[in-house]
Ligand binder design. Structure first.
Ligand SMILES: [Zn+2]
Ligand SMILES: [Zn+2]
Ligand SMILES: [Zn+2]
Length: 191
């Protein structure tokens, strides 16, 4: 029921000006409370979650190219102010389009779109997002924080082939795959 209400609000948000006349204040307040953002995709090459716009050099799994949405569902990501049990301070990187954990925005990270992973992700222009713990239920579990590149990535449970490609590993010559598969299990909801 919560999900369907959220969908209804999202629809309202898209057509807000047309339908909200006379109740603008109420719609605005409701939308802020449940303003999950869709159009996030899983990339089959790097396993990361990325947003909407194609960008060259964005995918560590396809050198020189951008992420792919082939085979991906349409994912919805919560904003920090939305209800839900998880961690906040996840940000969108405008260079590589990835959702990354920016608890320390200037701490170590690795953006594949900056000098082949030697540079850091950006928080400029991003909202503050929340990623829910898998124990919340209602979403797709198996998402992990890579503690090297700081991207959110999907681990399918296969240690040999399911760990994607990590820009940090490429740039610094360590393990080429994402890490953190035994860390916190997060979930992301499908639209
Ligand atoms: Zn990718
Ligand atoms: Zn980046
Ligand atoms: Zn990584």
């Amino acid at each position: 029921m919560i999900q369907s209400r959220r969908d209804a609000l999202r629809t309202l948000g898209r057509t807000g000006l047309a339908v909200a006349t006379g109740s603008v204040l109420a719609v605005t307040l409701e939308s802020q409370a449940t303003a999950a953002q869709s159009e996030w995709r899983w990339c089959r090459y790097c396993k990361q979650l990325w947003f909407r716009d194609y960008a060259f050099y964005a995918c560590p799994g396809r050198p020189g190219l951008g992420h792919s949405k082939d085979g991906s569902g349409n994912y919805s990501v919560l904003f920090a102010t939305d209800p839900g049990n998880g961690t906040i301070d996840w940000r969108y990187c405008r260079f590589c389009k990835t959702l990354w954990f920016a608890k320390e925005p200037n701490g170590p990270s690795s953006c594949p779109a900056i000098s082949g992973g030697l540079g850091q992700h950006s928080i400029v222009g991003s909202g503050n997002y929340k990623v829910e713990f898998a124990s919340s239920g209602g979403g797709q579990p198996g998402w992990r924080l890579c503690n090297l590149c700081k991207a959110l990535w999907f681990y399918d449970g296969n240690f040999g082939t399911g760990r994607g490609v990590c820009s940090f590993g490429i740039a610094f010559g360590t393990n080429r795959t994402h890490s953190g598969e035994s860390g916190t299990n997060y979930q992301v909801r499908l639209v």
